[in-house]
Design a protein around this ligand. Structure first.
Ligand code: SF4
Ligand code: SF4
Ligand code: SF4
Length: 426
């Protein structure tokens, strides 16, 4: 039986197989696509921690793919978008006339979600809770297929040199970093006939109980992000576990200070594109509680510079992306919804506060629950898109769960000059 739940990313209620229920805190993260260098350090950090065993050879819980052609499994997003389109031709549109800061930040999604499309196709008591598909074995074979392959030059008007001019490059690609989104309304959980999948009350992490799972692969079929993966050797399904021992912060061998630390894939990021944390949930609304100086709250809810990945799927994913500046907007709007223009505008000419908060990405391992900014002098002036813009050397200070200072960084990186007598020493 379908219930009505509120999905703030869609700005409306939607059908979901279970009643609305929310955790106290929600595991969430922001990826800044603009900075990723596709080094795959994140991918290897996860791999070497969790998926190095027999039967897991094809499993990359974290992967970084080149868009638009790349995908792991191959073409996962175009396939699910195709299924949504088939269910509701031309319906994937947004009404952006009415927005507000929190409960409806991007307007209202008019189309059908994967849950609603399944009801339309199979009925409310149907055997399938979400539309989806099980990828063929060969679709998992090449996690980084089409690496660095660009698109767009063919047929593009203008000269060759125009192809890489902002605001939209005519020839383009970008890297999309992906892990399980620990969705608010997980399709994997909705589809599991064994009730083997659960969402934890304390942090919203979605886990598969390996004792209950019988490997029916209904979750593999239903997860629109294809982040639930079958393991032949155990005949069960596995997925990203959000490195929960690190998030709990209770194991003295992993977190000796007794505070949560960021996951392996986040902490290892060389490009400093990742910031992960916990968003406090308002028990009355199920939405993020106002937490003005939590960096995630600031980026997602206040500044709205980070957007959910394919919000139209309807799972309310908890991964957010700062969209790439150079990519054609129509493509980005389909991927991140109608907030794309505003997000790129904010990122291209960052406010004083945003510039300071962006320094917190990968500054250290402990999860930052609060930040403070100490104002510094103006150090640079220019024009961006014809408007004056100034840079200030502000200092941002981050605090852990115990409200202890764990990081302090200035916008302008300090220069250290080595004393002459140590020039050749290491
Ligand atoms: S480690 Fe960071 S920069 Fe490197 S591929 Fe992963 S997300 Fe991108
Ligand atoms: S991304 Fe997929 S596997 Fe992860 S919680 Fe959402 S539906 Fe489940
Ligand atoms: S959060 Fe942990 S388990 Fe999940 S992809 Fe990252 S490293 Fe892997």
């Amino acid at each position: 039986m379908a219930h009505e739940v509120y999905n703030w990313q869609l700005g409306r209620k939607m059908a979901y197989p279970y009643k609305e229920a929310h955790p106290n805190w929600q595991f969430a993260f922001v990826f800044n696509i603009n900075r990723c260098i596709a080094c795959q350090t994140c991918t290897m950090a996860c791999r070497s921690t969790w998926t190095f065993s027999k039967g897991q050879e094809h499993m990359w819980w974290n992967n970084v793919e080149t868009k638009p052609y790349g995908g792991y499994p191959q073409f996962w997003d175009t396939k699910i978008l195709g299924l949504l389109e088939e269910a509701n031709p031309g319906g994937q549109s947004w009404d952006t006339a009415e927005t507000n800061g929190n409960g409806r930040p991007y307007g209202v999604y008019n189309g059908q979600t994967i849950f609603e499309a399944a009801i339309k196709r199979y009925g409310p008591e149907g055997h399938q809770r979400a539309i989806g598909y099980i990828p063929e074995d060969d679709e998992w074979r090449y996690p980084n297929i089409y690496e660095d392959t660009a698109t767009g030059l063919q047929g593009a008007p203008g000269k060759w040199g125009d192809s890489s001019l902002l605001p939209e490059h005519k020839t383009w690609f970008f890297y999309l970093q992906r892990i399980c989104n620990h969705c608010t309304y997980p399709a994997c959980l909705a589809a599991c006939p064994r009730k083997a999948i659960y969402k934890r009350k304390e942090d919203g992490i979605v886990l598969i109980d390996q004792n209950r799972c019988r490997g029916y692969r209904k979750c593999v079929e239903a997860c629109p992000y294809k982040k639930s993966m079958y393991r032949g050797t155990t005949r069960t399904t596995e997925k990203c576990i959000a490195c929960y021992p690190r998030i709990e912060g209770k194991d003295p061998h992993i977190t000796p200070d007794g505070v949560p630390i960021e996951t392996r894939c986040m902490a290892a990021c060389v490009g400093k594109i990742r910031l992960q944390g916990l968003a406090r949930i308002n028990p009355k609304t199920g939405n993020w509680a106002e937490d003005r100086y939590n960096p995630l709250y600031f980026l997602v809810k206040k500044e709205k510079v980070a957007l959910p990945l394919y919000p139209q799927f309807g799972t309310e994913p908890n991964g957010y992306y700062i969209p790439p500046r150079w990519v054609p907007r129509a493509y980005l709007r389909q991927m991140f919804g109608p907030g794309v223009e505003e997000a790129i505008e904010k990122y291209a000419a960052p406010s004083r506060e945003l510039l300071a908060v962006l320094q917190l990405f990968r500054a250290q391992q402990k999860i930052i629950f609060r930040y403070e900014i100490k104002e510094g002098p103006k150090i640079f002036e220019t024009h961006i898109d014809g408007k004056p813009w100034s840079m200030y050397n502000d200092t941002v200070i981050g605090f852990d769960k115990k409200d202890k200072e764990v990081v302090r960084l200035a916008v302008q990186e300090p220069v250290h000059v080595r004393a002459e007598k140590h020039y050749n020493s290491i």
